[in-house]
Ligand binder design. Structure first.
Ligand SMILES: [Zn+2]
Ligand SMILES: [Zn+2]
Length: 342
């Protein structure tokens, strides 16, 4: 099969490799149609990701068609248009037993050395990870379900509700997903920050009430001034930088919530006295579970999540290296770059 392999840091090779095969009765073979490039793949490309370690066939934001099923597979059939929740737990630990398999210490993640990802033309996945694409959702749109599910999970966890004021710090794909999910959950005012005017422009088009470029104005002052000095109900951290984390603690109202969704490469210094003094709750959010995935898929089908503005560029799989460079170096303005096997 055709595959874009991250051979070692900064080296992506497009080549022919042996496809994965079904070895268990509950497995499904999928021919990948479209795969997105995620920030975590860029970390893998840099050789800095904790478990996407080269040489690896990465890729976990995908859609495709079922081409073969194991003997016991019942819920999907050959020809189904699908996406995959790219994780599953051991099924035995205390987390798995209560449905929190995304916290399983032995969970497997698609696009690692132990589970070949969608930068290869075929993937083999357990039946229970497969989700049929709702009618009317294209392969390209469906590739956005995974990053949108990250936003859905964090917003549901933070219990954003009707009338809430919400700040999202960082307007990359996950920040935009958080903003969309917060609005869909009833947030009446959203503030989103980013140093890229292009990303802020997209955020405004997607309906954010306010956009703030921290290079031009102080987000803490802006958000406080716009909320009678109180701050927002919930702040989401969608970029892993120390000053942004400390801003998050300063833009929530007393008794408010800070949801940490970002990956930090370092150990930030936190102004923890804000948490104590202002009775702030800090919530961690890690990926999603199946219900978040299903909600994201339905919200795309219903037009609540407009993927058109999120998809910046679609390139053929043999240009994976150029695509990775583009996402990494931002040589042009992009939100989400997709790769296609067509
Ligand atoms: Zn991802
Ligand atoms: Zn487990």
């Amino acid at each position: 099969m055709r595959a874009a392999v991250i051979e070692k840091p900064y080296v992506v090779e497009f080549k022919d490799v042996a496809p994965p095969v079904i070895t268990r009765n509950d497995e499904v073979l999928i021919k990948v149609a479209v795969t997105g490039i995620c920030g975590s793949e860029i970390h893998a490309y840099h050789g800095t990701h904790p478990f996407r370690i080269p040489p690896v066939i990465s890729g976990h934001e995908m859609t495709g068609v079922v081409v073969e099923t194991g003997k016991e597979v019942q819920s999907v059939a050959i020809g189904d248009r699908v996406t995959v929740e790219p994780q599953y737990g051991c099924g035995l630990c205390r987390y798995c037993k209560v449905g929190d398999y995304h916290l399983c210490p032995r969970k497997k993640v698609l696009g690692t050395q132990e589970w070949t990802g969608s930068f290869g033309e075929y993937i083999v996945v357990p039946e229970h990870t497969v989700i049929r694409l709702p009618e009317g959702v294209s392969f390209e749109q469906g590739a956005l379900i995974e990053p949108l599910a990250v936003g859905v999970h964090a917003v549901r966890q933070a219990k954003v509700g009707l009338g809430d004021k919400v700040a999202v710090l960082g307007a990359g794909p996950i920040g935009l997903a958080l903003m969309l999910a917060a609005k869909a959950s009833g947030a009446t005012r959203t503030f989103i920050t980013d140093v890229s005017d292009y990303n802020l422009e997209i955020a405004a088009k997607l309906g954010s009430t306010y956009t703030i470029n921290p290079l031009k104005e102080n987000p803490v002052e802006f958000i406080r001034n716009s909320t009678n000095g109180d701050g927002v109900d919930v702040a989401f951290l969608a970029i892993g930088l120390e000053p942004v984390l400390n801003d998050a603690l300063k833009v929530v109202k007393k008794g408010g919530k800070v949801s940490e969704v970002a990956l930090f490469g370092s150990h930030p210094k936190v102004e923890i006295s804000f948490v104590q003094n202002r009775e702030i709750s800090v919530i961690g959010s890690n990926m999603y579970t199946r219900s978040d995935f299903e909600i994201a898929a339905e919200a795309i089908a219903a037009g609540i999540f407009d993927t058109g503005l999120l998809i910046s560029k679609i390139l053929p799989i043999h240009q994976a290296r150029e695509a990775m460079e583009l996402v990494d170096k931002k040589t042009e303005n992009v939100i989400k770059v997709l790769l296609t096997y067509a």
